[in-house]
Design a protein around this ligand. Sequence first.
Ligand SMILES: *[C@@H]1O[C@H](CO)[C@@H](O)[C@H](O)[C@H]1NC(C)=O
Ligand SMILES: *[C@@H]1O[C@H](CO)[C@@H](O)[C@H](O)[C@H]1NC(C)=O
Ligand SMILES: *[C@@H]1O[C@H](CO)[C@@H](O)[C@H](O)[C@H]1NC(C)=O
Length: 293
Amino acid sequence: MVQATLFYSAAALLLASSAQALESVTNWGGANPSNLKLDVYVPRNKAANPALILALHPCGGSGQQYSQQADYSQAAEQKGFIVAYPSATNDSNCWDVSSARALKHEGGGDPTTLNNMVKYLVGKYNVDKTKVFATGSSSGCMMTNVLSATYPDVFAAATCYSGVAAGCLIGSPGNSPSSSDRTCANGKINKTGAEWAKIVRAMYPGYSGAYPRMMTFHGTADNLVFPANLNEQLKEWSTLLNVQFTTNSTNDPSGGYTKMVYGDGSKLIGYLAQNVGHTVPVHKDLDLKWFGI
Ligand SMILES: *[C@@H]1O[C@H](CO)[C@@H](O)[C@H](O)[C@H]1NC(C)=O
Ligand SMILES: *[C@@H]1O[C@H](CO)[C@@H](O)[C@H](O)[C@H]1NC(C)=O
Ligand SMILES: *[C@@H]1O[C@H](CO)[C@@H](O)[C@H](O)[C@H]1NC(C)=O
C-alpha cells in the first residue's frame, strides 16, 4: 500500500515535470516604455516552423499566472507550438488599450512592444508567420482586440474572453477597474459596425489587407465588463471581416452557451455563456481548433 502510494506519487511528479519551465526573455529589442515582461513556453519537441500563440493575462495577472489559467503547455508538447506569456507591470498590471500611442500601428505603446516580442520570437524559433495568434482574458481580451486592429497583418486569428471592442476605451485615463473611465466596461457605448470599423481603420491608416479571424466569448452574468460588450465586438469585427450573422447554435459547446455564427463560421464566432460571470473559462480545445493547430 505504502509502495503503491509512493509509486503513484512518483508517477504524478513525472507527469507534472513533463511540462517545461517558462523561459524569461529580456532582450527582444525595441523600446519598452511601460516595462512589459516576457516569459515563453518552448516545448521539447518544437516544430521546425512552429505556430506561436501570444497569450495575454487579465488585470492583476502576469505571464506566469496566465500560463496556469490558460495552460497550453500540454498541447504545445503534443503539437510543437510556442506560447508567449507577456506581463504588464503598470496600472494594476492592465494592458494599455486606451492611450493614443497604444491605439496606433507602430505608435510605441503596448501593442508595439508586444509586436516586437512576436518579431523576436518569429526570428529566433523560425515561427511560421502565417500561424501567429493572439488570445487573452479580460484586459488580455481587450488587448487581443487592439492587437487585431493595430497589427492585423501579424495575427492570423484571435480568441478572446470577456473583453471589449478595439477602441472602446479611447481617451480613458487608465485601463484598470479603478483607473479607467467605466463607460465602456459598463456596456454604455453603443456604436454601429460602420462606426467601429472607422475607428479601427484609423489605427492603421493605409492598411487594406484582411483582419484576423475572431472568436470571442462573454458571460451574461459579467458585472465587471458588461455583456453588451460582446455585441459591440461582433458589430466591429463583422464589419471589418465583411460577414453577417447567420445562425445561433444553442448549448454549444456545452449547456447554456449560445454560439453565434457569422458567415460560414470560419471568420467570426461569438459565444454568450448564460449565467457565467467575469471571466469565461478558457476553452483551450476551441482555441486550438480556431487557430487550426
Ligand atoms: C501607467 O498607467 C497610468 C494610468 O493609470 C498612465 O497614466 C501612465 O502613463 C502609465 N505609465 C507608463 C510608463 O506607461
Ligand atoms: C444601439 O443603438 C441602436 C441604434 O440607435 C439601437 O437600435 C439599439 O437598440 C441600441 N442598442 C443598445 C444595446 O442600446
Ligand atoms: C442569437 O443569440 C443571441 C444571444 O443569445 C440573441 O441575442 C439573438 O437574439 C439570437 N438570434 C436569433 C436570430 O435567435
